[in-house]
Design a binder for this molecule. Structure first.
Ligand code: GLC
Length: 748
């Protein structure tokens, strides 16, 4: 609409741009929406709020669609979607087009690393490019709404959906969540390749108690506002078209009935004006959660909380009709929900172009899509260990043993939430390494185990034999795809099956050994890593995981990934995360471990600090950690001014030198600590990162800008977020447990 474009041409400040975007969102298609709404019967209005699953016998929905009882369909695409769309557009009374939704979580046909792996890339541009490709492929199949990005911050690797998350840090999750939204939605929502994105799950799903899915989130207001909400605020400011409710409650209030979250905060304080969709059955579940006694009450709570679309609860349809007629739900409340749905359909251009052009499916697995998938898979791998420079393999390696249940497992390397991809398009590590080795290097392959949970040890001897006749061992272990994702929570984070036994036996060969881990979460594999010379943590790398790993193993590419989540030594350390509070008794390296406690030690002899007797207080690997085939040296941190004025900014910079022999990418991280506050402050928090490419011998100056708003934190007393004057420490670092330190003051 021209008037909005002319408005956008007006030069505005960043804040003004957000307000302008929200105004654009608010006013979009007002006339068209009001004109259509005025023609709709009560039943037709309620039908627009009904989202049904078309994943089986979709044709059974035709009569309801014709009758105006269905507004959106999920899990239906291609010709079947067009068939249902024709019924809606050409046979229903008002011809309102359907909105087709799908979980396109990390790719549609071309599959990218799971989001936790993408987060390890710390590469906004690449994550955005991958999401753009996912949108191009999904829209070719008639999908126009995706339930992505999942931006639930989580600190619990027991939780199966950590695989779908962008890790434990709110800042990293915010940046990459926005990158996904920009990639999915493109420049204009009404472009045929644009997908309406969906920020989910609002909110605090990642804080499910005990890492058990769907469990309660019992958290402080500070945790909610300082760690959980910021990625969603960033998503709203970025113009994310939709939000989804989460299954969990927050402190007794289920998200799907949470007026504070959706009406007061999201639409009120944040000024967001998109469409809210419930999660699957989540409105009906309000009864199961002992929040209400009847489904009528569930419908009343949800519609009044600002939940527009009912995904498969079958509550809004049919219950809202009687509830409105009897005045238990105001029709004005219903109308607002319908406006949000209709506005989105106008914004997507569905009234002009309701059908998908199924000839566009030629874009599936396009070569440039696969190249981007390989690049992102490469940058998602974290080099955790590289003793004796076992990696990259050199020309004097004449033979390699490729061993393990994940070496040639196309379904497993795709990871969780892959409905539409064909494993036949996957290139596995075995296939890629065999192609790379050609006649030059002999490949001795022995799976050792049939799949990650395999307890059978009958094939381990063959794997050991393969190792003995090879110069180097490449051991591919991890988790099958089904062992992470929704409702796939683990109480034990060790390698499943007999994989540890396989590693033990192969290690006895005495050959140099590289462990490649393909999993949906951090695993407690410290003992296994001790037996290896090199470790590449690849998460589930998607369609092109094989070529990515082959390029890394043979050194065509230098690893650059950094951990987006803390790796515990033992599951008993969970939750363990980098930005924790200091406590009054932080532990030190002098903490006496279980194995060192003298017999009949006196009660006070060990000291009194905060750690675990078995493993101390440190994790296996910290957030932000990752090695390279080269080395980087950080020097000369400086701040432009030791005092930050309350309306000003300061620069902090340092020199980063590539002290190795090959080019490398380094994720330079900025951390800040508020030395003291009116509520206790964490030991440090990520406030910036830059991924820079530095040639061997080259020195680059990497600079960050610090402003007072970056130092703000939530004050429960007045419900506001703001910074407090005082002392701050600042680090520029290669990981969350190190860095060059400096200091500044924030003035009164
Ligand atoms: C699931 C998930 C949600 C997903 C939805 C549709 O239960 O919680 O993330 O988008 O249902 O598949």
């Amino acid at each position: 609409m021209m008037r909005f474009r002319s408005l956008l041409l007006v030069p505005v400040l960043a804040m003004g741009l957000v307000a302008c975007q929200q105004q654009k969102q608010k006013e979009a298609y007002t006339e068209e929406v009001e004109a259509l709404l005025s023609k709709m019967t009560l039943r037709e209005k309620i039908g627009q709020l009904n989202l049904l699953d078309g994943s089986w016998q979709a044709e059974r929905l035709e009569n309801d669609i014709r009758d105006g009882q269905v507004g959106s369909v999920l899990n239906c695409s291609g010709e079947m979607a067009n068939r249902l769309q024709r019924v809606a557009v050409e046979e229903s009374e008002l011809g309102i087009p359907l909105l087709f939704g799908r979980d396109v979580i990390h790719g549609y046909k071309t599959i990218f690393p799971i989001p936790l792996g993408q987060a390890a890339s710390f590469n906004d541009e690449l994550v955005e490019a991958a999401s753009r490709i996912a949108a191009v492929e999904a829209t070719a199949d008639g999908i126009r709404h995706t339930y992505t990005p999942m931006i639930d911050v989580t600190r619990d690797p027991r939780w199966g959906r950590i695989a779908e998350s962008l890790g434990e840090d709110a800042y990293l999750t915010s940046r990459l969540g926005v990158a996904m939204i920009k990639g999915l939605q493109g420049e204009e929502l009404n472009a045929p390749t644009s997908l309406a994105a969906c920020a989910k799950h609002f909110a605090a799903y990642g804080m499910s108690q005990g890492g058990r899915d769907y469990n309660i989130a019992d958290i402080s207001q500070e945790t909610l506002h300082d760690y959980i909400l910021p990625p969603f605020k960033a998503a709203a400011d970025a113009g994310c078209a939709t939000f989804m409710t989460s299954f969990n409650e927050i402190n007794g209030m289920p998200a799907s009935a949470n007026k504070y979250l959706f009406n007061d905060l999201l639409r009120g304080e944040w000024g967001w004006n998109g469409m809210v969709v419930s999660d699957y059955y989540s409105i009906e579940q309000l009864k199961v959660q002992a929040f209400c006694e009847t489904l009528d009450e569930a419908a009343i709570h949800s519609i009044n909380a600002g939940v527009d679309l009912d995904m498969m609860s079958h509550v809004y349809w049919p219950l809202l009709e009687e509830l409105v007629k009897t005045g238990k739900v105001k029709e004005s409340v219903l109308d607002n929900a319908v406006r949000n749905v209709l506005r989105l359909k106008f914004q997507l251009g569905l009234f002009e172009n309701p059908y998908c052009d199924t000839t566009r499916t030629a874009v599936f697995y396009a070569q440039d899509h696969l190249e981007t998938a390989k690049r992102l898979a490469t940058e998602s791998v974290v080099l955790l260990k590289n003793e004796e420079q076992v990696l990259p393999l050199t020309d004097n390696v004449q033979s390699i043993a490729v061993i393990g249940p994940m070496a040639n497992a196309p379904v497993e390397q795709l990871g969780t939430w892959c409905f539409d991809a064909e494993p036949s398009h996957c290139v596995t590590p075995l296939r890629a390494l065999t192609a790379e080795c050609g006649e030059r290097v002999k490949v001795n392959y022995a799976a050792g185990l049939a799949y990650s949970r395999d307890e059978s040890e009958t094939e381990i001897a063959a794997a050991v034999a393969a190792a003995r006749r090879s110069d180097v061992v490449l051991l591919f272990v991890g988790e099958e795809a089904i062992l992470s994702g929704e409702a796939k929570c683990r109480a034990d984070l060790s390698l499943p099956g007999a994989q540890s036994k396989l590693i033990d036996e192969v290690a006895k060969s005495g050959k140099p050994m590289v462990l490649v881990v393909m999993a949906g979460r951090p695993l407690t594999i410290g003992a296994e890593i001790d037996k290896c010379d090199g470790v590449l943590y690849a998460f589930h790398g998607g369609t092109m995981a094989g070529p990515a790993l082959s390029d890394l193993i043979f050194g065509r590419v230098n690893p650059s990934g950094k951990l987006p989540v803390t790796f515990p030594k033992m599951v008993g350390q969970v939750p363990i995360y980098y930005n924790q509070k200091l406590t009054g008794r932080p532990a030190g390296d002098d903490a006496v471990l279980l194995k060192d406690i003298p017999v009949e030690a006196k009660q006070t002899s060990l000291g009194f600090s905060s750690y675990w007797l078995e493993v101390g207080y440190k994790p296996l690997y910290p957030f932000g950690y990752g090695l390279s085939y080269t080395t980087f040296e950080y020097n000369k941190i400086q701040v432009s001014n030791p005092v930050l004025s309350k309306n000003g900014s300061i620069e902090v910079w340092c020199e980063v030198k590539n002290t190795g022999t090959r080019e490398g990418q380094e994720v330079v991280q900025l951390y800040v600590q508020d030395v003291a506050g009116s509520s206790t402050r964490p030991c440090r928090e990520l406030k910036g990162f830059q991924k820079v490419t530095i040639a061997p011998g080259e020195t680059q100056t990497v600079s960050f800008t610090i402003t007072p708003d970056m130092l703000a934190f939530y004050h429960a007393a007045d419900g506001k977020s703001y910074a407090e004057p005082g002392s701050f420490n600042v680090w520029i670092a290669s990981s969350s447990d190190t860095g060059l330190e400096s200091h500044f003051m924030l003035e009164e």
